[in-house]
Design a protein around this ligand. Structure first.
Ligand SMILES: Nc1ncnc2c1ncn2[C@@H]1O[C@H](COP(=O)(O)OP(=O)(O)OP(=O)(O)O)[C@@H](O)[C@H]1O
Length: 266
């Protein structure tokens, strides 16, 4: 058997399985105790895995994402994200650890439209809401500016760094939002319907960019989508929710017409 390490601390290489980036066991969430929104969700996502979360409106996708970043406390079960427990009396420190290592991208990108692209990207380095008012590319430390430019380079927008966001197309704005999420070197990226407000070509470009950057950097990606081609083509695995439960969990290349019928027609 292969051994790694030295001296008395030799460790079996076979036995060292990576800690899942996300592990949920019997997770539940209710806003109103009479109407559970998530029920008995058990899920393990490996570091670097790219997972699409699908399901009809109201099936609980966004609620699950919010639990995963510590915005909502689960009502029951256990949840560990990046090694931090987020269930029970999760500490502020555990939630801050997860948020500091997670990048987020939303359908409506939440950029400051009157600021230039680079300033918006630098906002991703702030850990406090509202701090952006005092931060622009002109006042930021030079190492932050370098990181911001590298993130814009990665999404192909270095040449638009000093253009105001409201002068960019919808697809370019979403790429700025991706750069803002990437600038803090996240281990985990979540995206809530990142392509939903884009035209088909721009939507495919944005999804392909996500998939490529996450694969290159070993970032764990979890995104929601109502577009089955996006779910299938840009993920390793598809998890379908229905009425707050996992309806199926399958490698993307095994997604079948039956799966889709099951998910959307019941
Ligand atoms: N903050 C909240 N307070 C109370 N109920 C909520 C809250 N957020 C979501 N819900 C309810 O929880 C259920 C699941 O909503 P959620 O947004 O998680 O679903 P979704 O699958 O993301 O839907 P969509 O595809 O429409 O975005 C819905 O019935 C919704 O009304």
């Amino acid at each position: 058997m292969n051994k790694v390490g030295t001296g008395t601390e030799a460790v079996s290489a076979v036995a060292v399985a990576p800690v899942p980036a996300i592990r949920a066991d019997a997770l539940s969430k209710s806003y109103d105790p009479a109407r559970p929104v998530l029920r008995d969700i058990s899920l393990a996502i490996r570091p670097g895995e790219r997972v699409a979360l699908i399901g009809p409106n109201g099936s609980g996708k966004s609620t699950l994402l919010r639990c995963l970043i510590g915005l909502h406390a689960p009502s029951g079960g256990t949840l560990e994200v990046l090694g931090q427990p987020l269930h029970g009396h999760a500490t502020r420190r555990a939630r801050a650890h997860v948020r500091g290592r997670t990048g987020m991208v939303f359908q409506h990108h939440a950029l400051v439209r009157r600021r230039v692209a680079l300033s918006n990207v630098l906002h991703g380095l702030l850990h406090r809401p509202g701090g952006w008012r005092a931060l622009s590319h002109q006042t930021a430390p030079s190492d932050w500016r370098a990181r911001g430019m590298a993130a814009l380079e990665a999404v192909g927008l270095a040449d638009r760094a000093l253009d105001r966001v409201d002068a960019l197309s919808g697809g370019q704005q979403q790429r700025v939002a991706i750069a803002r999420a990437l600038v803090r070197d996240p281990e985990f990226l979540i995206a809530d319907e990142p392509a939903a407000s884009l035209d088909p070509a721009a939507g495919r470009d944005v999804m392909a960019l996500f998939a490529r950057l996450c694969a290159e950097r070993g970032i764990t990606l979890l995104y929601t989508s109502h577009d089955m081609a996006h779910a299938r083509d840009y993920s390793d695995r598809i998890v379908a929710l229905r009425d707050g439960q996992v309806q199926f969990d399958t490698p993307s290349h095994d997604l079948s017409a039956e799966h889709l019928q099951e998910s959307f027609d019941g």
